[in-house]
Write a protein that binds this ligand. Sequence first.
Ligand code: HDD
Length: 682
Amino acid sequence: MQDDSKQHRNSKDKQLENYRSRDKDKKMTTNQGLKLSEDEFSLKAGERGPTLMEDFHFREKMTHFDHERIPERVVHARGYAAHGEFEVYESLKKYTKAKFLQEPGKKTPVFVRFSTVAGSRGSGELARDVRGFATKFYTEEGNYDLVGNNIPVFFIQDAIKFPDLVHALKPEPHNEIPQAATAHDTFWDFIANNQESAHMIMWAMSDRAIPRSFRMMEGFGVHTFRFVNEEGQASFVKFHWKPKLGVHSVVWDEAQKLNGKNPDFHRQDLYESIENGDFPEFELGIQIIDEEDEFKFDFDILDPTKLWPEEVVPVKIIGKMTLNRNVDNVFAETEQVAFHPGNVVPGIDFTNDPLLQGRLFSYTDTQLIRLGGPNFHELPINRPVCPFHNNQRDGYGRQTINVGQVSYHKNSLADNTPSTSSEEEGGYTHYQEKIDGRKIRARSDSFRDHFSQAILFWNSMSNPEKEHIISAFSFELGMCKEKSVRQQVVDMLANINLELAKTVAENVGVNPPSNFTGPQITNSSPALSQENTVKKTDTRKIAVLIGQGFNKNAAVVIEALENLGTMPVVISEKQGRIQGREGSVIQVDQTFLTSDSVLFDSVYVIGGTDVSHQFVQDAAYFIKEAFSHYKPIGASYEGAKLLDELELPSNAGIIKGDTPEDFLEEYTKAIAEHRFWNRKTY
Ligand code: HDD
């Protein structure tokens, strides 16, 4: 639980404190402050008679309940958020005048909401889907929102197609099936008929779409934005969040099982890591392209289906975000937070990316319906930490009491205030980009290459990653009923890689294309492969399978694992304490019934001399499942024997040993490795 007595950690927290209500130990009242004498029985005409209309308490309580729900977000409905802070490593003065990026060491409060895109508010979190990664910086110059995803490109190039994309990916309208999944005809029909999606669909079918944790995914601003410095000089910028724990994923079979075993797997992981003090950290990176270099690339930097390969435009790390506080109330904060890519501060500006331009309209519009009117900026979570004054007035749920008779500009009665600010005073001025063009509904020719970067992505994948992509396409298309849709997608894949297209075609029963039809692209970008990511043991969850008569030294290994930053969870047949040899005792955290291998990163088998047949059976199932998901497996004492008896088809990632000295180094290395793709499974 949060410690209320703690000093307020930053300016946002201090502001939120004004709105917190602590109801424990208080007297119950109506919303009018009237103390209540009874809250269980409605007011009736006689003990067995009808309820009376005059029962204001019943009416108030019931009416409020009847109105408790608000519309869920049209996309990104399923999300989870946390508070934190962003600290700048080095001044970005050279590129931007944004105040929160000027001084090394400066800290800015942030609120981050992670989400899936397609599913409803209650859907499983392990859907194969893009993840939203939206950050609100509460800066001294107003709120700056970086509303990104965990994939650096997007499906479409122009915002006018967003409703089509979303209609296609949401459950089909005639039967509202399937929930939180793109494995259905309309989505793939959209992809095949809107081939600008080729690059993004490769990412969406890659391991990126089934992250192990919100803490282990990258975030991207996607669009090209503009930095403007004090001298008015502009440069193009792309934003990256890099997780300190590296980028890691689960496997598809595991994801599907997780959705059943624990549909809250990602939020629980985030919530618990923050409660445990293992604060998730992401470094902020920027890629910069000078204005004069706008046309030096073989792609259009305004095209949101293109990334800037890190090997061509390096990512410069400029700061770090630490998520260090869970919300007090999910509805008040996570649900009511309103992001908007148009929330910018001086020094950050837009470009003419047509997807970004459309987003600049959509977000305010959606909040108006979702949050019920134009005053959502007054909700505590959305309030800037700096003062805000203007002549906007009234509307549903207005909270501010604007004092005085004047609510217009210009005026003389209030000395023409609130007054505007000059640029020097911090007034926002739009970058004076020269625009010269005809009014036209068209796509720029420079946006027409849909396949080069899809190929670059494919070329950059390791073999296991390529296999996962093939399986993902085969699964998703395999769920499409219309053969023509499957065929069209496979034909589209022939523009990316022939082997990919042919294998998928065979798997989904359509004609394999005979020729490669895309551009000749041979380069790759190693930064895109998860094989090259950071590999660490920190906070990895280990299922420790332990039974009656366990070796008394087991506790030493478990403690050592804990000291190495992993999170061992003791699992046995029954809850309570179990007896080891020579008087040793251990407390069981979970049972085979309440737990499952998919909830863990690794299994460590200890066993015992007095275990039952049931224990052996349950442990065998647990181990085999972890094994088939390529997870590292450790074993000591009787556990090693149990493992031998299973005759697993491969030794890759299987570490045995009885003492911390002969075992831990190799085992923790295996845990950091995450998965052993070279393992031959069943
Ligand atoms: Fe969007 C929500 C990210 C394109 C319209 N979007 C939303 C959220 C994220 C993104 C992370 C959830 C924010 C939260 O947690 O509350 N969206 C993106 C990215 C895009 C993108 C990275 C492409 C680069 N979005 C996009 C387009 C449009 C929208 C082209 C419409 C023109 N997005 C919305 C929305 C949502 C939204 C309908 C739903 C809920 C909300 O805004 O607050 O307005």
